[in-house]
Design a binder for this molecule. Structure first.
Ligand SMILES: [Zn+2]
Length: 365
């Protein structure tokens, strides 16, 4: 039974408090799935949206790292993207974005995430029907042209929630980095993306993973996620840090450096760590205005590759789930979700997440 209405946590303007509002529910239309949200983790981009650092329509509904159980299936949808049957009660994850239909980006460029008119869960105004399209609410409509995966029952919500954003993004970043067996990977930033990135780099065959982060607690935690050596960049000249890291990456420097800290200030020192022919990946500088000055001659002489990765292809969602299922015995993914909040406390959860008092806050409606 679908109730006539359900609650959504809404904010009216950047930094405004969250209020619970009722919006009507209807049976899912053709190609839609109605989900009862069981957990939505707070991504750094939710915080950026709420703080007004990126344009997000208001009154806003946030939350895109969502896990839930199917409450109702619309006509024409009865299996997930791998062909597994879907039924009411199944627990699922789905792509953080959906596209308006096949288009040049999806069909020719194979970059569906950049489709014109693509939109994301937790990025639309609450006034936009069907109103329930974010994680910070009791229900979410999965709209047509999304990609859905059924979850194994033994996977916890905490392990599953970050799969459709943080994990899938790092699958995309590390794929673009073309990490080969035995190679050295440096990760700038040991937040959630950096930790998944380290674990995935190891799974792709990296021989040595070096992490750089100014927070001691993060450096300590990173050892449990595949980081072999964690360095503190605080009070170290960027050139000196680059030299120290290059010295650990014999003979010529790091094969791959990945930026996932969101600070454009680290890019030049990251490039200096690379060997001839190395690859630099941008995964964290998602906000506009990330200006940087660099010596382009270094790119040319060292024959470097510089690549940006934004969101992910649907195949990365499949790989993200398979990675977490296969590696959850090796890495304590569930401990990354370290704060649980009911829907009534979205404001407190956002404040704790923004102040980095928790690594990954989770809303359990
Ligand atoms: Zn996210």
């Amino acid at each position: 039974m679908i109730p006539p209405s359900a609650r959504v946590a809404v904010y009216d303007a950047p930094n405004a408090p969250f209020e619970l509002r009722e919006y009507p529910l209807r049976p899912p239309s053709d190609g839609e799935v109605l989900v009862r949200n069981t957990m939505s983790t707070i991504c750094r981009s939710d915080i950026h949206s709420w703080q007004g650092h990126r344009p997000n329509p208001c009154p806003g509904v946030l939350g895109h790292e969502i896990v839930g159980r199917i409450a109702a299936l619309g006509a024409g949808i009865d299996q997930d993207m791998r062909g597994a049957p879907l039924a009411v009660g199944d627990r699922i994850t789905w792509s953080e974005y959906f596209i308006p239909g096949p288009n040049y980006c999806s069909e020719v460029l194979d970059l569906p995430q950049k489709s014109p008119g693509a939109d994301k869960y937790g990025h639309m105004a609450a006034a936009t029907p069907p109103h329930h399209h974010g994680g910070f609410g009791e229900y979410c409509y999965i709209l047509p042209q999304s990609w859905i995966l059924r979850l194994p029952e033994d996977l916890s919500d905490a392990e599953a929630a970050p799969i459709n954003c943080g994990v899938a993004t790092m699958i995309a970043v590390t794929e673009a980095a073309e990490i080969r067996i035995g190679q050295t990977v440096v990760i700038q930033g040991l937040g959630l993306l950096g930790l998944y990135g380290a674990a995935i780099a190891k799974a792709r065959g990296a021989g040595l993973v070096i992490g750089v982060d100014g927070v001691a607690e993060r450096r300590e935690r990173s050892a449990r996620f595949g980081v072999d050596l964690a360095l503190d960049p605080t009070n170290v000249e960027p050139a000196e840090l680059a030299n120290r890291i290059a010295a650990r990456c014999q003979p010529l420097g790091a094969d791959v450096v990945v930026e996932v800290c969101g600070d454009p200030g680290v890019i030049t020192s990251g490039i200096a760590m690379l060997r001839v022919g190395g690859r630099y990946l941008l995964g964290g500088v998602v906000n506009p205005g990330a200006m940087v000055t660099l010596d382009a001659n270094q790119l040319l002489r060292k024959m470097l590759t510089l690549r940006g990765v934004h969101n992910y292809h649907p195949r990365h969602l499949v790989e993200a789930l398979d990675f977490v299922v296969a590696q959850r015995w090796r890495y304590p993914f569930s401990e990354l979700v370290d704060g649980i909040y009911p829907l009534e406390r979205v404001g407190a959860a956002m404040a704790d997440a923004a102040a980095r008092r928790v690594l990954r806050a989770a809303i359990v409606p």
